[in-house]
Design a protein around this ligand. Sequence first.
Ligand SMILES: [Zn+2]
Length: 504
Amino acid sequence: MLKELINDLIFYGKYHLELSELDALYIKNIILGELNLLSPSEESYFGEKNVKKMDLPDDLVIKMKEALINELNKDEVEADLLVNKFLGLISPLPSKVEENFFNIYKKDGDEAALDYLYNLSIKNYYFQKTNVNKNIVWDSNFEKRNIEVSINLSKPEKNNKDVAKLLTAAPVTNYPKCLLCLENLGFKGTAKHPARSNIRIIPVKLDGAEWFIQYSPFGYFYKHCIVFSKDHKNMIINKSTLKKLCDFVDQFPSFFIGSNADLPIVGGSILNHEHFQGGKHILPAMKQNPEFEFEVKHHKGVKVYKLDWYNSTILVEGKDAKQVVDVADIILEAWRKYSDPENDIIASDETGNHNTITPSIRKVGDAYKLYLILRNNRCNEEHPDGIFHAHKEHHAIKKEGIGIIEALGLFILPGRLKRQKEEIKEILKKWSISGKNHADLKDLFDFEAMINYLFDNYNESTIDKDIDKYIENTCKEILINTAVFKETEKGISGFKKFVNSLDL
Ligand SMILES: [Zn+2]
């Protein structure tokens, strides 16, 4: 079966990944050699015609892994790494992808070029579409300030025994330094570091610096891309970051782009490699209108608003990139040093600096819309995990940092919630028959408040919807937790006082 599948893999490359006749033979021999197989088969497992019709390589990948495990005694992780390597081999070389991308860009524009890289990433299994489609995604349908919720089921779960074996065998190296380093390009992978044989990336110049575009393997929203610096250096938000974001949407106006903040708690999960996130999706906050306008004295081409959104978001709008960046930089620099103890905002103390911004931008026609979310990561006794972080009562649903995607209204919730939702339903059903019994909570103790609330309003026929509603409302509360200026009289006047103190 394995030899026949190798033929199918080569067919797949020819029909879906631009593999030429000569390269096909060359790559086939390399794969045979890698597996110590002395000669090829003349047969096909799926049949050439069926391979030609495949939309996705999933069936081929599954069978190939099975064959490597059964015929060559590979374990699951080794089989995974090998299949990934072969998918990389049948894909066009990075230089060819770059050449194709820019030819399409010149001829048909940024969207067509980004589509080319997206489709290639799906065809060569870098972006595992079937897996990502397993995510449960829904819309809150709030009357105003809608949010989107996603339960993330796409991260692959590995056989623990294989992982343990490989973890002990995996040599301790510092290469690549992190998941976002350029050196991942073609990396075979270990038990500690994912395989990246089939990743393809595109160079892009941002504020004069060398950066690269890749798609996110997890795809939290449509055409979710990561744009990363060539250098492994810490996340930073400064004037150059704002210029880089503008430069990106100048070159790729069909995508939005944004950066996580550069401080823990209010940043993303990777702080040690400068990167942005973007995509084709319009995140909920970006659909919101301005709530009120601030006065701008000197930059006449720019308008500054408070956005009608849960957290403290300033919208800077204008057609002149330089003016937009200048105004945003004045706000950023002032915010870094700004304290408003009445609203619990303290810029720095003995534990370090606390104020930063989560910026994102998109282009509408020839106008820039730059969103600046004011953030503060201070902790106190009442909120040891962060005053402007998801408060403790919401941790059962989400306790990870509220990064750019959530702050803009798309919540990525842990996969465990799918199972926990079912367990909660079982408890409620039991309680509705035989009464409340707290012993039933077992490892759902963190959900006690939620289960009590749902029990008080229990209706078996609407329970799925009621659970989802509870989750949506929790997400909303979390966004309100992250607001540095609450939407109270004190908070709004604090917000106005801050922006009005600036010489814009
Ligand atoms: Zn890195």
